[in-house]
Design a protein. Structure first.
Length: 176
């Protein structure tokens, strides 16, 4: 697994296109948040790796693992739905780390606490996204509302199951 560090000390792992998208998304974080939390973050795109071991350098940080299907395909930009989905999804996971949210599985959280954490992560991520868009003043980037983001999430919700279906069919054909 290739990895590199940004000046903010965020440890990023994955293939080149994954690292590029992570770096784009990190520009949406406020500088003070990146400065305070950067050394505590490791963001890894698992990409085409069938499996990988996380060395000690990663395990001393808040680790965000990103499935290959959340990364935008070649030719997309941060101004389209695929770019927005990726950036806000990564910012959402960073928000969980910044707020030191508990694990729904390991901390046995109630559904109300889980939802409150998700709402807080959405709010923070979308706030960071919109602040960056406003500061950039780029006509191709637009602010997004929570409802709009959830519509994009709903559009992408079937992607993982579609990939899983393809995988099952592919493995059946290879095994015969």
């Amino acid at each position: 697994m290739r990895s590199r560090q940004l000046s903010s000390d965020v440890l990023i792992g994955g293939d080149q296109s994954h690292m590029r998208w992570v770096e784009i998304a990190l520009r949406y974080l406020p500088e003070e948040t990146l400065k305070e939390e950067g050394a505590n973050l490791a963001i890894i795109g698992v990409g085409c790796y069938g499996g990988c071991r996380l060395p000690q350098q990663y395990r001393q940080r808040e680790i965000v693992l990103l499935s290959d299907w959340v990364f935008p395909p070649a030719g997309h930009s941060e101004g389209d739905a695929a770019g927005q989905f990726f950036i806000i999804t990564l910012l959402h996971e960073i928000a969980h780390a910044v707020r030191r949210h508990k694990s729904p599985l390991f901390d046995k959280l109630t559904s109300e606490v889980i939802q409150a954490q998700e709402d807080e992560a959405d709010s923070l991520a979308i706030g960071w996204f919109n602040r960056h868009v406003e500061l950039r003043n780029n006509k191709y980037l637009k602010a997004i509302q929570t409802a709009e983001f959830h519509e994009i999430v709903d559009q992408y919700a079937t992607l993982c199951s579609d990939i899983e279906e393809f995988q099952v069919k592919w493995h059946r054909n290879v095994g015969t």
